[in-house]
Design a protein around this ligand. Structure first.
Ligand SMILES: C[S@@+](CC[C@H](N)C(=O)[O-])C[C@H]1O[C@@H](n2cnc3c(N)ncnc32)[C@H](O)[C@@H]1O
Length: 270
């Protein structure tokens, strides 16, 4: 089994995605999605950005490597009565089911960054975007002090070293790598912009309870706990992560959680 696929099918990302819906809506609002536009949401999960894009009248395809998330997305599309939204399995490294120059907008929010071959990913995103279209990526930033970068950093310290040749997904959060990858796909640097933006995790329970959801459902955190259990360090990992979630919480409502996290927003004019 492809380890990238196994990682994301291991957990149930839908439970984390529920804490990200408001930011997904806001992001789609900021993109000015219009009726009739063709939109690809790549690494779409259960449709945190695909669904609001479809609600604004776009013709939306969600592609994700995880079968369970594709099923969850199609279920949500049915529940919302959206006939202009469908989800299918696919790998961002090789979108061979999709024709060249198909989409007005390709969105990938914390999705394609996790695919193992970043140069192929950039090439594929450019290939399926029509000339004059746009690609928008959201990528976590290495060593950023906010939530997700810190979860991944702490988790890495409890995990075995990655296999040789592994390219960290976090490199997508570094402007130089972004320019190099899109450059190799034929996009000159003046057609790429990188700005910092914020996604907020909102949860009606405590930060420790949100961490419990990550521990149960977020592939990278699940793997870190599996490794920490083997080395007898899972209590230390739990303690570090609880401290992180609590220190990042900005909610003024007792017992609830609101954690803003910084990401690199990449926009490419194809
Ligand atoms: C952190 S989740 C984000 C999901 C969604 N974009 C959202 O904002 O809720 C990462 C997603 O990327 C998907 N993914 C990881 N590697 C992929 C690949 N090679 N091709 C397509 N999807 C991939 C995972 O299955 C997962 O749904």
């Amino acid at each position: 089994m492809n380890p990238n696929k196994a990682l994301w099918e291991k957990g149930d990302f839908t439970r984390i995605a529920e804490s990200m819906r408001e930011s997904g809506e806001a992001l789609i609002d900021s993109l000015g999605v219009t009726p009739g536009q063709t939109v690809l949401d790549l690494g779409c999960g259960d449709g945190t950005t695909a669904l609001p894009a479809a609600r604004r009248g776009a013709d939306v395809l969600g592609v994700d490597i995880a079968r369970n998330l594709v099923e969850a997305g199609n279920r949500r599309a049915r529940e919302h009565g959206l006939t202009n939204l469908r989800f299918q399995e696919g790998d961002a490294c090789s979108l061979n089911a999709l024709a060249d120059d198909t989409f007005d907008l390709v969105v990938s929010i914390f999705g394609a960054m996790f695919a193992p071959k970043p140069f192929d990913v950039a090439k594929e995103m450019v290939r399926v975007t029509r000339p004059g279209g746009r690609i928008v990526m959201g990528n976590w930033i290495p060593n950023d002090p906010t939530l997700v970068a810190q979860i991944l950093k702490i988790s890495a310290a409890y995990s075995p070293p990655p296999p040789e040749g592994f390219v960290s997904p976090m490199t997508w959060g570094v402007e130089g790598h972004v320019l190099e990858r899109f450059g190799a796909a034929g996009v000159p640097p003046e057609r790429v912009t990188c700005v910092r933006d914020t996604y907020t995790f909102d949860y009606a329970k405590t930060p420790a309870e949100l961490l419990a959801v990550f521990r149960e459902c977020y592939g990278p955190t699940m793997n870190a706990f599996d490794a920490a259990e083997k080395s007898g360090r899972s209590a230390d990992l739990q303690k570090e992560l609880v401290a992180l979630f609590e220190s990042q919480n900005r909610s003024s409502k007792p017992g609830s959680t609101s954690i803003p996290a910084t990401f690199l927003r990449v926009t490419v004019s194809a």
